[in-house]
Design a protein around this ligand. Structure first.
Ligand SMILES: NC(=O)c1ccc[n+]([C@@H]2O[C@H](COP(=O)([O-])OP(=O)(O)OC[C@H]3O[C@@H](n4cnc5c(N)ncnc54)[C@H](O)[C@@H]3O)[C@@H](O)[C@H]2O)c1
Ligand SMILES: [Zn+2]
Length: 405
């Protein structure tokens, strides 16, 4: 028996933000990030629509990128004071994810962050509020997923909260919100979406329902991501749908170790100057993980199918895997994303000497590898890496060397 869960309603297409007018309730709390939604007028519009729906509205703003446990607790407190029956999260993955975790704490004030992190262990929600997510980036698809990623900055690590309870009730996928994304954000979130689609096609939990979504998303992203990066707005609009399809797939098929590694490297070098942005981390690690997973015969066949749908050519699965890896690396080049941590420089652009010094990487490597193996995304990966293999894989991701194990 398997389960396939999505939001009950999904409104898509230009102008779908206006659907907020039709939510039925008394009080809505809007959760939003640091300013882009306000700057471009989407926050005011959302507030106006909710007021037209007859609701009183309060705004919780300032949710930072890669939201922290502290922000979640603060937001939940604000919810407890206001008592919303709708939580409306608008923005990228960060504010929507934070709002999902706030929702749990709001419904269950005694629930600790550790309790939330128990995979598929969230008690029944919707006793106090329903949840609507409006995405403004084209990548995480958190508007349709059962996931929320929260960072514990004390431990320097990201924790996925995973449970169908936090799949939103309503998702709004309005491409107008994605038009204002700066190019770098388009690149990172787009490769995040590509990673979701590819990882969702090969994990142990994949099924007919998720395969169709994953493959269609891969075809769309292959065609539309680079043009979207180069400011083609029709392609940008299609990418907003494509990332959402990828999300529907992975929310039900789960992911793999690209995500495990991205979660555990994202914040761990923050003391050396920068985060490794989630989408960029995925973009760098995906080709390496494909080479590693392709040692599993079933996974290799599945990568071959992906290559076929992408029309890459190749006369056997080994060739197809090679062509898939080359294509993804070419996409990284076209999107100005480096190939490895060692070359991950200022503002995430490729550079000769990245911001993570080699000796710091090597010193932290065993801990990162151990935590990556323990990440919630590892269990569904086609191969289960040992500590030694995970360290070797991470080294390939630092030096951009071949994976031959
Ligand atoms: N829940 C999931 O299923 C899931 C999946 C993948 C990643 N994630 C998590 O999501 C987070 C990343 O989310 P993200 O990539 O969407 O970025 P984000 O939400 O962190 O936003 C990044 C920046 O882009 C700005 N921004 C957002 N939308 C914009 C727009 N339309 N125009 C201009 N600027 C805009 C924001 O203000 C912010 O400064 C990470 O914490 C990652 O771990 C979650
Ligand atoms: Zn992701």
């Amino acid at each position: 028996m398997a389960r396939f869960t999505l939001p009950r309603d999904l409104y898509h297409g230009k102008g779908s933000l206006e659907e907020l007018k039709n939510l039925k309730g008394k009080k809505a709390m809007i959760c939003v990030g640091g300013g882009s939604m306000k700057r471009f007028g989407f926050l005011d519009r959302a507030k106006g629509y909710l007021e037209e729906a007859g609701m009183s509205v309060e705004i919780f703003e300032g949710i930072e990128p890669d939201p922290s446990v502290e922000t979640v607790m603060k937001g939940a407190e604000a919810m407890a004071k206001f008592g919303p029956d709708w939580i409306v999260a608008i923005g990228g993955g960060s504010p929507i994810d934070a709002a999902k975790a706030m929702w749990i704490k709001y419904e269950y004030p005694d629930c600790t962050f550790e309790d939330m992190c128990k995979v598929f262990g969230i008690p029944e929600l919707r006793r106090k509020a329903h949840f609507c997510a409006v995405s403004s980036t084209s990548g995480t698809a958190t508007e349709v997923t059962a996931f929320s990623i929260i960072t514990d900055y004390e431990k320097g690590t990201k924790y996925p909260i995973a449970d169908f309870e936090i799949t939103p009730d309503v998702a709004i996928v309005d491409p107008e919100l994605a038009e204002t994304m700066p190019k770098k954000l388009v690149a990172h979130t787009g490769m995040d979406a590509m990673t979701h689609a590819i990882e969702a096609y090969v994990p142990t939990a994949n099924c007919d329902f998720t395969d169709s979504l994953a493959i269609h998303a891969i075809e769309m992203i292959q065609k539309d991501l680079v043009p979207s990066y180069n400011e083609d707005m029709a392609a940008r609009h299609r990418m907003h749908n494509a990332q959402c399809l990828a999300g529907m797939a992975f929310s039900n098929a789960l992911l793999g170790i690209v995500h495990s590694m991205a979660h555990k490297t994202g914040a761990v070098f923050a003391d050396y100057g920068a985060h490794i942005i989630h989408g960029a981390a995925n973009a760098m690690y995906l080709p390496k993980v494909i080479a590693y997973n392709a040692k599993d015969e079933t996974a290799k066949k599945r990568y071959g199918v992906i290559a076929d749908y992408m029309h890459l050519g190749g006369s056997n699965d080994d060739e197809k895997v090679k062509l898939l890896i080359e294509t993804l690396r070419k996409m990284n080049d076209d999107l100005n994303i480096p190939h490895c941590i060692g070359k991950y420089g200022k503002d995430s652009y490729p550079t000769e000497q990245g911001f993570v010094p080699e000796e710091v990487f090597l010193e932290r490597l065993p801990g990162i590898a151990e935590r990556a193996i323990g990440d919630a995304c590892t269990g569904s990966n086609p191969r289960q890496p040992s500590q030694e293999e995970m360290e070797k894989l991470l080294k390939c991701c630092y030096y951009d060397t071949e994976v031959d194990f």
